[in-house]
Design a protein around this ligand. Structure first.
Ligand SMILES: Cc1ncc(C[n+]2csc(CCOP(=O)(O)OP(=O)(O)O)c2C)c(N)n1
Length: 369
């Protein structure tokens, strides 16, 4: 694990108190920052510290989920540690809310950093991980990180790869008709782009005169389970494919939250202004491997975007080591308390297996038809 902390579960009340003080530590001023040694692209101190705080929260949460799996309290883990520098700015920049005037999310299973930036409570991720009936995304019926939050336009994360891409064209189309300058956002991995659904998305998003306000993104971590990128792609960059459809396209270092924030800001502005799609391929790190199926152990040889950003902030004098340590500890406590609470909560009942299968047909058991 990235940071060793020895925090005792302090109970709900004390965790709440400490969390309040974390919020104070993280948001100080809105001064624009330029230091000689570190280029923060003109982002304010407030944004930088907020980004760091959310990246740490997401990492601690993911590590908690892995611990839950390893303790035998859950069946399977998959998630996004290593993608915080990409996912957090994405969640921070989106126009959050419900309905067509807000942005829509069609995410994949490495999206915890984005969800945390949108405001996900740790306990709700842990409930899903531990298959509790209280899980707001699926009532304890799906894999870890398969979120669904209608109140933030977060469409259900699907297990079949890539179906989210053409679905995203649907919400983008509806948003275009509503004319509110909102956009749809779709994410996915590099290997999944081999599916026809990905190509369909490029076609649907780019038809002349009918272009869609869609931010198409791929998080390229270099692998599809155990298949390396080189063995699977003829093109140099996946982003090159978008150019063939006249979609504005770029490759960014998704391990750098500052570069990511600025690029996302630019592309989102472009989409809102023109109503046309844009494509971002973000180079990221699969820091804990594919899933629990290949061990879910940290790969120390790989770049760690959270620790590296933290060091940059400390070196630039924007954060002290003491304040940083406190943030890790506070979130560690929140995770432990949440796990203890989720442990007490019920699992779904057998009868509820038919719930939500058909709209307006709760408990629609086909055997009773
Ligand atoms: C249509 C489909 N085919 C295969 C799988 C099995 N599968 C799950 S994750 C995965 C690898 C996906 O790799 P990539 O798209 O690069 O994303 P990453 O997991 O690396 O983030 C595969 C093949 C699936 N879920 N859906």
């Amino acid at each position: 694990m990235s940071k060793k902390t020895t925090v005792k579960a302090g109970g709900k009340a004390s965790a709440k108190k400490t969390l309040k003080s974390a919020a104070k530590t993280s948001v100080k001023t809105s001064k624009k920052v330029t230091t000689k040694k570190h280029d923060f692209g003109g982002l304010s101190e407030e944004i930088l510290l907020r980004m760091h705080d959310l990246m740490v929260k997401s990492r601690v949460l993911e590590e908690r989920l892995i611990k839950i799996y390893k303790a035998g309290e859950a069946y399977f883990w998959i998630g996004g540690p290593g993608e915080e520098a990409w996912g957090v700015p994405l969640g921070m920049l989106a126009r959050k809310g419900q309905g067509l005037e807000h942005d829509w999310f069609h995410l994949h299973y490495r999206c915890t950093p984005t969800m945390v930036a949108l405001g996900l409570n740790m306990i709700d991720s842990i409930r899903l991980m531990m298959n509790r009936a209280t899980d707001p995304s699926t009532g304890g019926r799906n894999f870890s990180s398969h979120y669904c939050f209608p109140q933030w336009n977060v469409a259900p994360v699907t297990s079949p790869l890539e179906v989210q891409y053409p679905i995203a064209c649907g919400t983008a189309h509806a948003q275009k008709r509503a004319g509110k300058k909102a956009l749809s956002i779709v994410t996915g991995g590099d290997a999944g782009t081999a599916e026809g659904d990905f190509a369909s998305c490029l076609v649907l998003a780019s038809r002349k005169g009918q272009e869609l306000p869609l931010l198409i993104t791929v998080q390229n971590n270099g692998y599809g389970i155990s298949t390396p990128y080189e063995g699977q792609h003829g093109e140099t960059h996946i982003a090159d494919r978008a150019r063939a459809f006249n979609i504005r396209s770029r490759v960014i270092n998704g391990n750098d939250p500052v570069e990511t924030y600025l690029a996302l800001q630019e592309e989102m502005e472009y989409i809102r202004k023109t109503g046309k799609p844009s494509f971002i391929e973000a180079m990221v790190t699969r820091l804990y491997g594919h899933s629990s199926a290949d061990g879910a152990n940290k790969k120390p040889q790989l770049f760690d975007p959270v620790l590296s950003f933290e060091k940059r902030l400390i070196d630039a004098g924007l954060l002290t080591e003491k304040a940083a340590k406190k943030i890790w500890e506070i979130y560690e406590t929140e995770g432990v308390v949440a796990q203890e609470q989720a442990r007490q909560e019920p699992v779904p009942t057998p009868e509820s297996v038919w719930d939500h299968v058909y709209v307006n047909n709760e408990n629609a058991d086909w055997r009773k038809f």
